[in-house]
Design a protein around this ligand. Structure first.
Ligand SMILES: [Zn+2]
Length: 192
């Protein structure tokens, strides 16, 4: 129960239910093995920070993708969502979280320094801030913008996914058409 309660969104009662379910269900050991395997095999891509089985990951290694276009996302599950929609041909940069100043999240947990190193290499022409359209996503996008500003990078176009997305919507739950519209309608943002 303690172990389940560490998961996001799992309260005491759900943890209790899940723990007893594990005891009852003979297939639970398959889950244990799957978790063990995933933890053993998962690597972080040294280029984009995504979690994958290879490093660099399959997306960064795919030469048919447009390496001049990079979408900054909060979590690996956002990469999954965009890939599922199949409408984005560029590469990603995974921040591994959102900035939640109210909850005292340390912004240095986010992989912004590695993004700046990557941009300094000069191959990226456009950076799309594809963080969630909620308060945390906006704060995170702003944080990235400020970091880019102080890094004094060369010629770089910075865009943000189109507004008009459902308020508080999470990228991972958007269907293909919505993601496509958000990408197509992206607008340039200026560093102050
Ligand atoms: Zn990668």
């Amino acid at each position: 129960m303690d172990a389940f309660q560490r998961f996001p969104g799992i309260g005491r009662r759900t943890a209790e239910r899940l723990a007893f379910h594990v005891l009852r269900d003979p297939s639970s050991s398959a889950l244990a093995r799957a978790i063990d395997r995933a933890l053993g095999e998962a690597k972080r891509c040294r280029v984009c920070g995504n979690v994958a089985q290879q490093d660099p990951c399959g997306i960064c290694n795919d030469e048919s993708r447009d390496a001049s276009l990079v979408a900054v996302v909060e979590e690996p599950r956002h990469v999954e969502a965009l890939e599922r929609a199949g409408v984005f041909e560029g590469l990603y940069h995974v921040l591994m979280g959102a900035w939640q100043p109210a909850e005292g999240t340390d912004e240095w947990h986010l992989s912004i320094p590695s993004l700046i190193v990557r941009l300094r290499e000069g191959q990226v022409r456009e950076l799309i801030l594809a963080t969630d359209p909620d308060a945390e996503g906006e704060a995170t996008a702003q944080l990235v913008l400020e970091a880019l500003d102080s890094a004094g990078l060369p010629e770089l176009k910075i865009t943000r996914l189109a507004r008009g997305l459902p308020a508080g919507a999470a990228i991972e739950y958007m269907h293909k058409g919505v993601i496509e519209d958000a990408l197509e309608g992206r607008r340039e943002v200026k560093i102050r």
